[in-house]
Write a protein that binds this ligand. Structure first.
Ligand code: HEM
Ligand code: MTE
Length: 467
């Protein structure tokens, strides 16, 4: 037998388009799967996510590949093996404050590497009702702290006259464990659509700055009660501080009203588990705040301190960011004190399949997406149009039923619709309605704001139809 041809990871990486052919690796074996792309039962676009790199991180998400017949299919496409020195991960420079950041899943679309900001590609986002941890969107403002669970302490500042608490992880585990499925959305989700209309200041996000997980931890109201807090001061705020800090020592911070924190029905958690696992480092290990129905920015990660204060958090991210303004306000005229901080988010929906610019088959088209509203408001309907909003069809809602006033998690939806005969292209649009009958605005223009937040206009996808 001939000895196998040897390739480097760099060489494999250069084969990531149909022009250069599609190579992937599994273990130390290299495969040219170009001929299989269109045959893939999970669809070509999903296979292409792994093009030029390892299959393992993707197959770990989809156990359907954990079968002998899948290996047999792959084996037919073997072209060689990886060189032995290429199996070890490359070493990182240590002077870099981000050098200690965790390793991320290759499917994530990176909007900024340092600090790390990334979203799952649309074709994976709605594949599962619960977003798998490795592809949950990540929004970091600073390097990821490396916290040791043994020495971790959460400082809870008690009201005047009471004792403050210093809680270890074990102490937190002693509180009743509360579990809740919550969708987290960044205020900047879909910012790129605002940018297309008119430039904004902020990281580009497509429609993937939103994800859903099952969170478990102690209820904030139980921990505050233990520290002696009661809901007397309705005007007060609960301030949170992260253990991530910039070179000046300023930590990430945010706050929520005390009334929400103390309401047992609001399900505010100090979470230590995400989908049955300890929190991944990117998502706040070992403890983060989860505030159902509220903008992502208040879900403070790597939580170090909780205190009840007469005023909102003085953090930059509470007072000088994450606020909405009129389209007429620019950076010369903006007065951040004039607008309230974003807490509950407005109704939102987006199309994840097909993708903008894709070509679909004539006959029938399947359209998929998500819908969610803030404040526990349930999604009652998603309308979909194939003709830019002239005529509408009602999509089928999937995913878990929502409880009134406690609809913390999204609904996934889909619509199978005949493609009208003779159509060469489709202008697909979606819009959702929540149970307060809030709707999404039809265009970006009237909601444009200088920071590009709260982008929830009708989502539009333009596709061509094969004749
Ligand atoms: C399904 C092979 C890459 C996502 C399948 C199935 C096969 C297969 C044979 C059907 C399994 C069954 O139902 O018994 C392959 C091969 C790949 C590859 C040979 C690499 C060359 C990927 C990647 C992803 C992916 C990179 C994800 C990012 C899926 C999904 C399904 C699937 C979601 C299920 C589709 C459904 O439930 O209808 N794949 N796959 N595959 N694959 Fe892959
Ligand atoms: N908490 C800390 N300590 N530091 C941060 O940078 N980012 C916030 C919030 N909590 C942030 C944080 C923002 S803006 C969002 S949208 C969410 O975390 C994102 O959470 P995720 O990365 O787990 O998706």
């Amino acid at each position: 037998e001939k000895s196998p041809r040897i390739y480097t990871r760099e060489e494999v990486k250069s084969h990531s388009s149909l022009e250069t052919r599609i190579w992937v690796t599994l273990g130390c074996e290299v495969f040219d799967v170009t001929e299989f792309v269109d045959l893939h039962p999970g669809g070509p676009s999903k296979l292409m996510l792994a093009a030029g790199g390892p299959l393992e991180p993707f197959w770990a998400l989809y156990a359907v590949h954990d079968q002998a017949h899948v290996r047999e299919i792959l084996a037919q496409y073997k072209v060689g093996e990886l060189s032995p020195e290429d199996k070890a991960p490359s070493t990182l420079k240590t002077s870099d404050p981000y050098a200690d950041d965790p390793v991320r899943h290759p499917a994530l679309k990176v909007n900024s590497q340092r600090p790390f900001n990334a979203e799952p590609p649309p074709e994976l986002l709605t594949e599962n009702y619960i977003t798998p941890n490795p592809i949950f969107f990540t929004r970091n403002h600073l390097p990821v702290p490396n916290l040791k669970p043994e020495t971790y302490r959460l400082h809870v500042v008690g009201p005047p006259g009471c004792q403050s608490l210093s809680l270890s992880l074990d102490d937190l585990y002693q509180f009743p464990k509360h579990e809740v499925t919550v969708t987290l959305q960044c205020a900047g989700n879909r910012r790129s659509e605002m940018t297309q209309f008119k430039e904004v200041k902020g990281l580009e996000w497509n429609a993937g700055a939103i994800s859903t997980a099952r969170w478990a931890g102690a209820r904030l109201c139980d921990v505050l009660a233990k520290a002696g807090h009661q809901l007397r001061e309705t005007e007060a705020h609960v301030c949170f501080e992260g253990l991530d800090s910039d070179p000046t020592g300023t930590a990430y911070g945010a706050s929520i009203p005390l009334a929400r924190a103390m309401d047992p029905e609001a399900d505010v958690l100090l979470a230590y588990e995400m989908n049955g696992q300890p929190l991944p480092r990117d998502h706040g290990f070992p403890v983060r705040v989860v505030v159902p129905g509220v903008v992502g920015a208040r879900h403070v990660k790597w939580l170090g301190k909780v205190s009840v204060e007469p005023e909102e958090s003085y953090s930059h991210w509470q007072r000088r960011d994450y606020k909405g303004f009129s389209p007429s306000v620019d950076w010369d005229t903006v007065d951040f004190d004039s607008a309230p901080s974003i807490q509950e988010l407005p109704v939102q929906s987006a199309i994840t399949e097909p993708k903008d610019g894709e070509t679909v088959q004539s006959g029938e088209v399947t359209i998929k997406g998500y819908a969610w509203s803030g404040g526990g408001r349930a999604i009652v309907r998603v309308d979909v149009s194939l003709d830019g909003g002239l005529t509408w069809q009602v999509a089928e809602l999937d995913g878990e039923e929502q409880r009134p006033r406690k609809a913390w998690a999204w609904r996934l939806w889909q619509l199978q619709a005949p493609v009208p005969a003779g159509k060469k292209e489709l202008n697909i649009v979606c819009k959702a309605v929540d149970d307060s009958y809030n709707v999404q605005p039809d265009t970006v223009a009237p909601i444009w704001n200088l920071r590009g937040v709260l982008s929830n206009a009708w989502h539009r996808v333009h596709v061509r139809v094969t004749p």
